[in-house]
Design a protein around this ligand. Structure first.
Ligand SMILES: C[SH](C)CC(=O)O
Length: 267
């Protein structure tokens, strides 16, 4: 019979992550832009997506997932982004530090550290790799902080220690944000804060900073990925700028698949 189409080989499914992620919004945009009406994007979680990827990859089976950089999966598996000629996934972006209004007055030392916090995809990648290799996030963060004292010093230089002030930082269980939030949490607790890291979905994370129930999150994928959240809460948070540059979103496949563009899904 005729050659199976790409869709046939993956049951017309793209393995996605949590529905609140901007990546999922961009993926449905891509479904529209490339007329992939007979495809479905499976909602789940970042952890479920990588588990499904591993299962297929270990058996060299076809699979298409929603992916992003930085992510440890690119170091662990031989993967490639499908080209996105219609730019449904936008361009490279940055991750911003988002804090509640009033934080500067209430917790000036934490505000200063959050404003100074900045690192790169290599640094984040190290922490992510340790976590995926079995370390618990707190230990992986403590190890990185110990091994990168000079970088941490840039963030805390001239900032006074505090005596147990409480601070609550929200994050979504994306591998990148599990890493960054545990590193910042460790630095703040070394400064004397009583730190709570609160795992939420993306919407409630933004809502929490806007209504003041969270002091901050360092998971602001902007300008496009989280534009809906940033617009919805405009004026109700302070954007302290980039804590990491050069992120990317898209559809990701193992290199053993002979497709290279989202256009190829039409076949
Ligand atoms: C999944 S990326 C870490 C962020 C997002 O898509 O909202």
């Amino acid at each position: 019979g005729e050659r199976a189409t790409v869709g046939d080989t993956v049951d017309y499914k793209i393995i996605g992550i949590d529905p609140g992620a901007g990546l999922m919004k961009a993926t449905s945009q891509a479904m529209e832009d490339y007329n992939l009406s007979d495809w479905t994007v499976v909602e789940g979680s970042s952890a479920a997506m990588v588990a499904t990827l591993k299962k297929a990859y270990d058996k060299k089976e076809p699979i298409i997932v929603t992916g992003w950089t930085p992510h440890w999966m690119f170091a662990k598996y031989d993967l490639k982004y499908l080209e996105d000629p219609k730019k449904s996934f936008g361009e490279d972006e940055n991750i911003h530090t988002i804090v509640r209004n009033g934080l500067k007055e209430d917790l000036p030392e934490a505000y200063q550290v959050l404003d100074n916090f900045h690192w790169d995809t290599d640094a984040m990648g190290k922490v992510m790799m340790d976590i995926t290799d079995g370390a618990n996030p707190e230990d992986a963060a403590a190890k990185w902080v110990e091994e990168n004292a000079d970088t941490v010093k840039e963030w805390t230089n001239g900032v006074d220690k505090v005596k147990g002030d409480k601070i609550k930082i929200g994050y979504v269980a994306w591998d990148s944000e599990i890493a960054s939030t545990n590193v910042v949490g460790k630095v703040l607790s070394d400064l004397g804060y009583d730190v709570t890291l609160s795992q939420l979905e993306a919407g409630p994370m933004w809502t929490g900073v806007a209504d003041g129930s969270l002091d901050a999150h360092i998971a602001g994928w902007l300008p496009i990925t989280h534009e809906d959240y940033a617009k919805k809460y405009e004026g109700k948070f302070e954007d302290l700028g980039n804590n990491l540059e050069g992120t990317k979103l898209g559809l990701v496949v193992p290199s053993y698949m002979d497709i290279n563009s989202i256009e190829d899904l039409k076949k």
